[in-house]
Design a protein around this ligand. Structure first.
Ligand code: IPE
Length: 246
C-alpha cells in the first residue's frame, strides 16, 4: 500500500478577493482530478483561502497569537466547516469516499507550540477504504486559548506519522520559481535555492515559500509543489512542478 497526502491550497479552491466565496470552477477541476485518479490510499487536506483567514485576522488569531474567546473559535471553525462541506460534497458528486476529520476536535498544541495530531483514526479510515479530509483550523493551545493550525502543518504531521510515500501541494503557483520566474524542477538542499528564496527563518511564520521548502526538505518523503492543472499528473505518479526531496 502506498500513501499519498495531497493539500489543496485555500487560494486555489476559494475566491481570494471575496470573503467566504468558493472558486467553484477550480474546485470542480481539482475534485475531477481526484475523482479520476487510480490511487490506493489518499489523505486530502485543504486550506482556508477566503473562508478562514479573514475570520482569523478579525479575531486577531494566528499560528502564534491565541484567543480564549469562544466567538473566535466558533467563527473561524464554523467558516472552515462550511468550506469543508463544499469540498466534501464536490468529492461525493465524483464518488470519492471522502469523510471529514475535524482538526479542532482532535488536535492540540502544547506550551511549546508542538502540534499533536492523532492518526489512528485516519489510518483506520484508510484501511476501510475512506478518503480522510482535513483542513486548516483553530487548535487548542496550552496557555494561549486557540491558535491556527495550517493545512501545511497537518500535511507534514500526517505524512510523517503515517510514513507517506508521496506528498503534493496544489497551489496557485506552478512550483517554486527561480529569479526568472521559471519553475525549479527539483530541490535537494536549501543552499541550492537560498539565493532565490532568502533565509527560511525570517519567513517561517508567514507560511511563505522559503519556510515551506525548508520544512519539506526535512520531511523524509518526496514532496511536489505544483499548480491546479497538474493534480492529475501528480496523482498519476508524475513529478509536476517542483519536486522537493531532501
Ligand atoms: C489556514 O490554513 C487555516 C485558517 C486560517 C483557519 P492554511 O494556511 O492551510 O490555508 P491556505 O491554504 O493558506 O489558504
Amino acid at each position: 500500500m502506498s500513501l499519498t497526502v495531497l493539500k489543496l491550497g485555500g487560494s486555489v479552491i476559494t475566491d481570494k478577493d471575496r470573503p467566504d466565496t468558493l472558486d467553484g470552477e477550480m474546485l470542480d477541476s481539482v475534485t475531477d482530478a481526484v475523482g479520476d485518479a487510480q490511487i490506493d490510499d489518499l489523505v486530502l487536506v485543504h486550506g482556508a483561502g477566503s473562508f478562514g483567514h479573514h475570520h482569523a485576522s478579525e479575531h486577531g488569531v494566528s499560528k502564534t497569537v491565541g484567543s480564549s474567546d469562544v466567538a473566535a473559535v466558533i467563527d473561524i471553525h464554523g467558516a472552515m466547516e462550511t468550506l469543508d462541506q463544499f469540498v466534501l460534497s464536490r468529492l461525493h458528486e465524483r464518488d470519492v469516499p471522502a469523510v471529514p476529520v475535524h482538526p479542532f476536535s482532535v488536535a492540540s498544541r502544547d506550551s511549546n507550540a508542538e502540534l499533536s495530531l492523532p492518526v489512528q483514526q485516519i489510518s483506520t479510515m484508510l484501511g476501510e477504504g475512506f478518503v480522510p479530509v482535513l483542513y486548516g483550523d483553530v487548535v487548542v493551545h496550552e496557555g494561549k486559548g486557540v491558535t491556527i493550525v495550517s493545512g501545511d502543518e497537518l500535511v507534514t504531521s500526517v505524512a510523517r506519522q503515517l510514513d507517506a510515500d508521496r506528498v503534493g501541494f496544489c497551489s496557485t503557483v506552478p512550483g517554486v520559481l527561480d529569479e526568472d520566474d521559471a519553475v525549479i524542477p527539483e530541490i535537494t538542499s536549501y543552499e541550492s535555492v537560498a539565493d532565490v528564496l532568502g533565509e527560511s527563518e525570517s519567513t517561517d511564520v508567514t507560511g511563505g515559500m522559503a519556510g515551506k521548502v525548508a520544512a519539506l526538505l526535512e520531511l523524509g518523503a518526496p514532496a511536489s509543489i505544483f499548480g491546479p492543472n497538474d493534480v492529475t499528473a501528480f496523482l498519476d505518479g508524475e513529478n509536476p512542478g517542483t519536486k522537493i526531496d531532501g
